[in-house]
Design a binder for this molecule. Structure first.
Ligand SMILES: *Cc1c(COP(=O)(O)O)cnc(C)c1O
Length: 369
C-alpha cells in the first residue's frame, strides 16, 4: 500500500455538533457542573427509552456495571454468568467487585449469549446472569429471564452497545433487574464519557444513587461506603442533545445495514432474530476466506474495518489461570466468531456513495487470498 487512501471511510465517527458544543458552554457558564439539573433532566428523559424505568447516571458504562453489582451486594465467592465474546469491561466489572465471571458460549447468529449454555452454567454459587446485547442485537431475553426466575438470579443487561434495541417491542434495559448503558464517544449516542443504570426497582435505584456518591444522600451524612462515579452536567447536557437525535441516527444505521445486507454477497451478513430490532452499533460480517487478507484489501480500498473482538475475554491475560492457560472453558462458537468476524462502517454519517463503496469493497475483499 502506498499510503492512506485519500477518501478513507472511518469505521466510526463520533458526532460533536454545534448543539453539543453550545450545551457544554451553557453548563460551564452556569456554574452547576456536577450531578446537578442537567443530570436530573438526562435521567428523566432517558427513561422514555427504557419503558419508564428509574435511571441513574454515572461516569461510564463500566461504572454502571460495577455499581450495579455492588448495589446488588455481589462479591467474593459469587459467580456471574457472562459471555466471553464481548468487550473486557463486561467481565472486568465482575472481577472489580471480587466476584468470578463464568464464561459461556454465544449463539452464532446473534453473537449474543446462548440461553442453553447459560442454563448449563448455573451452580449453587451463581448470583447473576449478565447478557450482552452485542453489536446492538438484543440477547434472547425471554429465555434468559425464565432461567433467572427458575433459579432466583439477578439479570444485569450489558446494553452498552444497544441504546433503543428491542425484543418483541420491549426495549433492552427494561428486561432485567438492571440495564447498563455506555455513553462513550463511539457508542450509538454519547456524552463524551458516561453511563446509565436502568431499573424498575426503586430501592435498588436509591442504593445506586447512594453508592455513586460516597454513600451520601444528605451531604456529609454518609449512610454506606460508596464510590465517586458521578456524571458531570457537561456530559449530561451533551447526552441530552444526543438523545434527541438517537431515533433518527438509529433509523439511519438500520437503513445503512439494510442496504449492505442487500448488496454484500462475498461475506456472511449479520442475521437478525425474529422479534428483534437491531440497532447496529456494529455491522459485523463473517469472512469465509482469509480474514487478514480481506481486511488488508478493505484498508487498501479506503474502507475502515476492525475486529470486535479478536481475543475472547477468557483468553485475555487477567482471565488466564495460574499457569497462564485459559480455564476449562469450551466455547467453540466464541472462538469461531473471534477468528471470522470483521465490522464494516455503518454509522449515520455515511453517504450513499460511501455505502456503495463499502458494499463493493466487501465483495472484492471477500475473495481476497
Ligand atoms: C463500551 C462497553 C462497555 C463499557 O462502557 P464504557 O463507557 O467504555 O466504560 C461495557 N460493555 C460493552 C459491551 C461495551 O461495548
Amino acid at each position: 500500500m502506498v499510503g492512506p487512501h485519500p477518501e478513507f471511510i472511518p469505521p466510526a465517527r463520533p458526532i460533536i455538533g454545534e448543539a453539543e458544543i453550545e450545551a457544554a458552554v451553557r453548563v460551564l457558564r452556569s456554574g452547576r457542573v456536577v450531578q446537578g439539573p442537567e443530570v436530573a433532566a438526562f435521567e428523566e428523559e432517558f427513561g422514555d427509552l427504557v419503558a419508564g424505568r428509574h435511571c441513574v447516571a454515572v461516569n461510564s458504562g463500566t461504572s454502571a456495571l460495577q455499581l450495579t453489582l455492588m448495589a446488588l451486594g455481589f462479591g467474593p465467592g459469587d459467580e456471574v454468568i457472562v459471555p466471553s465474546f464481548s468487550f473486557a469491561a463486561s467481565a472486568n466489572a465482575v472481577r472489580l467487585v471480587g466476584a468470578e465471571p463464568v464464561f459461556v458460549d454465544i449463539e452464532p447468529g446473534s453473537f449474543c449469549v446462548d440461553p442453553q449454555a447459560v442454563a448449563a452454567a448455573v451452580t449453587p454459587r451463581t448470583v447473576a446472569i449478565m447478557p450482552v446485547h452485542l453489536y446492538g442485537h438484543p440477547a434472547a431475553m425471554d429465555q434468559i429471564m425464565a432461567i433467572a426466575e427458575r433459579h432466583g438470579l439477578a439479570v444485569v443487561e450489558d446494553a452498552a452497545q444497544a441504546h433503543g434495541a428491542t425484543l418483541n417491542g420491549t426495549p433492552v434495559g427494561a428486561f432485567g433487574t438492571a440495564g447498563c448503558f455506555s455513553f462513550y464517544p463511539t457508542k450509538n449516542m454519547h456524552a463524551l464519557e458516561g453511563g446509565m443504570v436502568t431499573t424498575a426497582d426503586a430501592e435498588l435505584a436509591r442504593t445506586l444513587r447512594l453508592l455513586r456518591n460516597q454513600g451520601m444522600e444528605q451531604r456529609y451524612a454518609n449512610e454506606i461506603v460508596g464510590a465517586n462515579m458521578r456524571m458531570t452536567d457537561v456530559a449530561a447536557a451533551i447526552g441530552r442533545v444526543q438523545l434527541t437525535q438517537l431515533a433518527e441516527w438509529t433509523e439511519q444505521r438500520r437503513s445503512n445495514a439494510k442496504f449492505l445486507d442487500s448488496k454484500i454477497t462475498g461475506m456472511v451478513t449479520p442475521p437478525v432474530a425474529d422479534a428483534a430490532k437491531h440497532v447496529y452499533h456494529q455491522y459485523t460480517v463473517r469472512v469465509q476466506g482469509n480474514r487478514d487478507a480481506a481486511m488488508a484489501r478493505l484498508t487498501e480500498l479506503g474502507i475502515g474495518n476492525a475486529v470486535y473482538y479478536p481475543t475472547p475475554i477468557h483468553r485475555l491475560k487477567p482471565y488466564l489461570d495460574a499457569d497462564g492457560k485459559p480455564g476449562p472453558w469450551d466455547l467453540p462458537e466464541t472462538e469461531r466468531a473471534a477468528a471470522e468476524v470483521v465490522s464494516l462502517p455503518v454509522h449515520p454519517s455515511l453517504s450513499p456513495a460511501d455505502l456503495e463503496r463499502i458494499a463493493e469493497g466487501a465483495n472484492l475483499a471477500g475473495g481476497a487470498r
